[in-house]
Design a protein around this ligand. Sequence first.
Ligand code: PLP
Length: 427
Amino acid sequence: MSDYAINTKCVQGGYTPGNGEPRQIPIIQSTTFKYDTSEDMGKLFDLEASGYFYTRLQNPTNDMVAAKICDMEGGTAAMLTSSGQAANFYAVFNIANCGDHVVASSTIYGGTYNLFAVTMKKMGIEFTFVEPDCSDEELQAAFRPNTKAVFGETIANPALTVLDIERFAKAAHAHGVPLIMDNTFATPVNCRPFEWGCDIVTHSTTKYMDGHGAAVGGCIVDSGKFDWMAHADKFPGLCTPDESYHGITYAEKFGQGGAFITKATAQLMRDFGSIQAPQNAFLLNLGLESLHVRMARHCENALAVAKYLKGSPKVAWVTYPGLEGDKYYDIAKKYMPNGTCGVVSFGVKGGRKAAEEFMKHLRLAAIETHVADARTCCLHPASATHRQMNDAELAAAGITPDLVRMSCGIEDAADLIADIDQALAQV
Ligand SMILES: Cc1ncc(COP(=O)(O)O)c(C=O)c1O
């Protein structure tokens, strides 16, 4: 599939049925797999042969869908996880251990911020958060000798900052570490971070990829471009024998293109077991089949809504990277020339109270923590997803108390605007 355009990969990637085989990907609803001899099974356990033995580690349905996303991102290997949280945790924990350090953009999703700043900190991994627009000097100063990765979001949720992928990749590589990007909001339809120097991509597939609010899931894709062995001292988990796996050295046995995902599967999936249910992988694949069509409509509707909000006297400010004049418009044009995402952030004049009041009057747009759904939904992050942050942390994450995050669905743009208009009129 690699020679085809992204639109074709969305529809047909990951699974090519043979003669007489099912047209749709089969759901392999089985926890376990049968073998004729113990020797056959032993080869799987030793990673000498590829195949399946237990769905906590791998499942064929999941692998077909992961292969599609891998193809869409232009990577060499991929795995599905049970959620986006699991994907980001695995992607970082696969290379950063207790005593290590990671540089991360400050404007990341609140759940990821909490995972890093609180939970992974308890595991002994320190994070330094830098603003996405920090100077080169500030970015350089964030690195330490024990830094193992740089992490950012292509389009941040909900701040809608756009990361300068090339600049962050250059800084990461200058320090011998990979750049990990959460590409949930842009999706590979609108941005392929590997083309700009990023090394590992993660997704909350719960969002646009599924797109129908049906299945929580995540994905990790490896570009295969990062040379672990060239920085073997930094990545002993990939470059020295794994005693918990019969002394296998992942980077040697599976090479640059396969080491990262094999290690994350063999160790992290084995031990933490955050596998995506094959049923959910099937639903995810249904979503992927129309992702390219939906993304165009999401972006078209979001731009129309952003333009309307910009002209409304009831609105204090509007952020949408696809809107001309937005702080991130130029950088978004560079990395995602065909469109950004369906999410628009704005402030209702009157602050926190006015924002909450506005949301109460919406009829079509539902109040949800979710985004990136076919149906329009909205959220007041300061009182919901980001409520664990204090004011300083909120400001650092690019969130003001009046911020409303509107995730524009694929309904008719005129209906969405009419709904927002009547709700604003009542504030
Ligand atoms: C950018 C981003 N990354 C990760 C996540 C976490 O994903 P999940 O909810 O699938 O665990 C989210 C959830 O909103 C998100 O927006």
